[in-house]
Design a protein around this ligand. Structure first.
Ligand SMILES: *Cc1c(COP(=O)(O)O)cnc(C)c1O
Length: 387
């Protein structure tokens, strides 16, 4: 739903700034070391941002390659009218071969055994071979390049193979060993790509968000290993790793907001919430925020996290409940029923984004975004004019 921010009167909601998403895409492209096509990774509901909305925005900006995690996500995009390549990065049961074909989807081939099963369906399916260059997750083994070559050649006759790709597992790392490992992965991938170059596969790709910034350059070496970046996290304005620097103008596009349902005084000696894990040692003012762990607010932030209210930090008191969270607003002026609480986003001069929350929870921004639950309604705020 597209609305003005000041019209939203909800319990717990997300605002997605479409202009910021657009700027993230444009600014990222500017920083690529050379001209590369973007395959937008919009798996997991575009990292919580809404896959159809993000795909439509990017289609308007000229993107015509998308990647998702599974066939349901892919079909959902087709049903919403999204055109272009849609690559399914993970396993789909061969049972769905007909759907893959009819919806014009591109299936990643996770293993030779899987290729055989798909080929045995007799249905002409667009596929790309995953090449395992060291992550040991999916793909045929690049340590045996001759076998890789033979496998790709064999199945090119039985399936519609239109590409190969690999996935880098430490492209966001800056240590010497991380860089060496990534170079090794790229070399292995290049070897396989060179061996099948006569097949003229249109899609050869190895870069995720981080690699697009750090490994794509105009040296002859890299030029020969594809010119597509599978852009995920940076599109949404977050960092692959907290140590990474993001280019100018790339910022989180998502804010998570909630409302205060009541404010009360709590006296010394009283306790707060389930398990009575917080005890007031003085008179405090407590506000009830209408968001809980069922919305995706991680319960490990109990007694440790903050929300932002009227430009101040309001510490979370006691355990986060399923639908509600109690916060200390003793030192925050004019908090009342209906006041907004910012769980992720900006308030006054303060800002707290999914990467900040991830640091507090010893995880990654990706997980924070993906945990935002379905019942947190998404609103699209936009000042750009393509839509
Ligand atoms: C998720 C994923 C990406 C995107 O990674 P980011 O770090 O979000 O850019 C790229 N490629 C594959 C295979 C993935 O699974």
């Amino acid at each position: 739903m597209e609305v003005h921010a000041n019209q939203i009167e909800k319990r717990s909601w997300v605002e997605i700034d479409m202009t910021q998403l657009m700027n993230n895409y444009i600014n990222y492209k500017k920083c690529l070391k050379r001209d590369a096509e973007i395959m937008a990774v919009i798996k997991a509901d575009a990292y919580g941002h809404g896959d159809v909305q993000v795909a439509r925005l990017l289609s308007d900006l000229g993107v015509n390659m998308f990647a998702v995690s599974n066939i349901d996500e892919a079909v959902c995009l087709r049903e919403a009218g999204i055109k272009g390549e849609i690559l399914i990065l993970g396993y789909s049961s061969p049972y769905y071969a007909r759907t893959l074909h009819d919806q014009d989807l591109t299936q990643a081939i996770v293993s030779e055994q899987y290729a055989e099963q798909l080929a045995n369906t007799g249905i002409d399916i667009k596929c790309q071979f995953a090449i395992d260059t060291g992550m040991n997750r999916i793909g045929i083994d690049a340590d045996k390049p001759e076998e890789c070559e033979q496998t790709i050649r064999n199945y090119s006759k039985r399936l519609h193979i239109n590409g190969i790709f690999t996935h880098l597992c430490v492209a966001d790392g800056s240590s010497e060993s991380d860089i060496a490992f990534t170079h090794d992965q790229l070399n292995k991938f290049k070897d396989v790509a060179d061996r099948v170059s006569d097949l003229n596969l249109p899609y050869i790709h190895c870069c995720n968000s981080a690699a697009g910034l750090f490994y794509l350059d105009d040296t002859p070496f890299y030029e020969t290993i594809g010119n597509i970046v599978r852009l995920g996290i940076i599109l949404y304005g977050l960092k692959p790793d907290v140590t990474n620097e993001l280019p100018q103008g790339i910022e989180p596009a998502l804010s998570w907001k909630s409302v205060i349902s009541m404010v009360k005084q709590v006296h010394p000696g009283e306790t707060i919430g389930y398990g009575r894990t917080f005890k007031a040692d003085k008179e405090i003012t407590v506000a009830t925020v209408a968001t809980g762990y069922a919305d995706g607010l991680n319960r490990h932030l109990s007694n440790s996290g903050n929300v932002l209210i009227n430009g101040h930090k309001a510490p979370i008191l006691g355990r986060i409940c399923m639908d509600q969270t109690l916060v200390d607003v003793t030192d925050i002026p004019s908090v009342k029923m209906g006041t907004h609480a910012i769980i992720l986003g900006k308030s006054g001069n303060l800002s707290y984004n999914a990467d900040d929350m991830a640091c507090d929870l010893n995880t990654i921004g990706y997980e924070i975004l993906c945990q935002l639950s379905k019942r947190v309604q998404r609103f699209y705020i936009s000042t750009y004019s393509i839509l």
